[in-house]
Design a protein around this ligand. Structure first.
Ligand code: NAI
Length: 246
C-alpha cells in the first residue's frame, strides 16, 4: 500500500489541472496525473519528481465512461488506497442557444458532468474502505450565474453543484467530503483567445480587477483536500476575485 495519500487529478496536462497536481504533490500527496496524451504528463511527472514530489501518469479520455471507471478503480487497486479525487478536466463548445447543436450539448454534458458522476461512483468504494475521502469537482461561475453562449457548459457546471451536494450528503458519515471549486476567469488556454475588449470588460466586473491564475485555484483545492478540511462539505466555493459573490 502507498503510504502517502493518493490523489487523482484529471486534466493535469495544462492550465488549472497542472497547477493543482503540482500543489498537491508539494502538499506531500502521491499525485496520479491524468490527461489524454502521454507527453505533457511525462513532463509534469518529471517536474514534480525533480522538486522532490511523488507522481505518476495515466492517459484516459474522460468522455469514455468505461475508461474513467477502469482508471479510478485501477489506481485504487494499484496503490491500495484512493484518498483524493479532483475532477478538473473539462471542455467548452460555445454557441448561442439558437445555433447550439445537439452534438455540442451532448459533448459538454458528457465530458463535464456524466464522466464526473462515473468517477465519483468508482471512487466511493475505495474511499469508504479507507475511511477517508476528499472529492473536489471543478465547476465554474458560469454555472452559478450563467454566461451567454454557454448554455451547455453552464448546465453541466450547475449540475455539478447539485450532484456534489448529494454526494456530500450520502458519503459524509463515511468521512468523505465533496465540494465544488468554481473558478471565475483564469488565465489558461481556455481563456487565452478571448478578444482584448472582452478581457477589459471582464476585468471591470471583477472586484480585484484582474484575471486569476491557475495557482489561485490550486491553493483553494489544497485546503479543501487537506486533512484539516473534514468539516467542509457540500459547498461550492467561487474563486473569482469577487466577480459573483454568490
Ligand atoms: P484547459 O483547456 O487549459 O485544460 C483542460 C484540461 O482538461 C487539459 O489538460 C485537457 O487535456 C483536459 N481534458 C479535456 N477534455 C478531456 C478528456 N475528454 N479526457 C481527458 N482530459 C481532458 O482548461 P482550464 O482552463 O485549465 O480548465 C480546467 C477546469 O476549470 C475545467 O473544468 C474548466 O471548465 C474549469 N474552469 C476554467 C475557467 C477558466 O477561466 N480557465 C473558468 C471556470 C472553470
Amino acid at each position: 500500500m502507498t503510504e502517502q495519500r493518493v490523489a487523482i487529478v484529471t486534466g493535469a496536462s495544462r492550465g488549472i489541472g497542472r497547477a493543482i497536481a503540482k500543489r498537491l504533490a508539494a502538499d506531500g500527496r502521491h499525485v496520479v496525473c491524468v490527461a489524454r496524451s502521454q507527453g505533457p504528463l511525462d513532463e509534469l511527472v518529471s517536474e514534480i519528481t525533480a522538486d522532490g514530489g511523488s507522481a505518476s501518469a495515466k492517459t484516459c479520455d474522460i468522455s469514455d465512461f468505461d475508461a474513467v471507471a477502469a482508471l479510478v478503480e485501477g489506481v485504487a487497486e494499484e496503490h491500495g488506497r484512493l484518498d483524493i479525487l479532483v475532477n478538473n478536466a473539462g471542455i467548452t463548445k460555445d454557441n448561442l442557444i439558437l445555433r447550439m447543436s445537439n452534438e455540442e450539448w451532448d459533448a459538454v454534458i458528457d465530458t463535464n458532468l456524466k464522466s464526473i458522476f462515473v468517477a465519483c461512483r468508482s471512487a466511493a468504494r475505495p474511499m469508504m474502505k479507507g475511511k477517508f475521502g476528499r472529492i473536489v469537482n471543478i465547476a465554474s461561475t458560469s454555472g452559478l450565474v450563467g454566461n451567454s453562449g454557454q448554455a451547455n457548459y453552464a448546465a453541466a457546471k450547475s449540475g455539478l453543484t447539485g450532484f456534489t451536494k448529494t454526494v456530500a450528503r450520502e458519503l459524509g458519515k463515511k468521512n468523505i467530503t465533496a465540494n465544488c471549486v468554481a473558478p471565475g476567469f483564469i488565465e489558461t488556454d481556455m481563456t487565452k483567445d478571448l478578444p482584448a475588449g472582452v478581457i477589459e470588460h471582464i476585468k471591470g466586473v471583477i472586484s480585484t480587477r484582474d484575471l486569476g491564475k491557475p495557482e489561485d485555484i490550486a491553493a483553494c483545492v489544497s485546503y479543501v483536500t487537506s486533512d484539516d478540511a473534514g468539516y467542509l462539505t457540500g459547498q461550492t466555493i467561487a474563486v473569482d476575485g469577487g466577480m459573483t459573490m454568490c
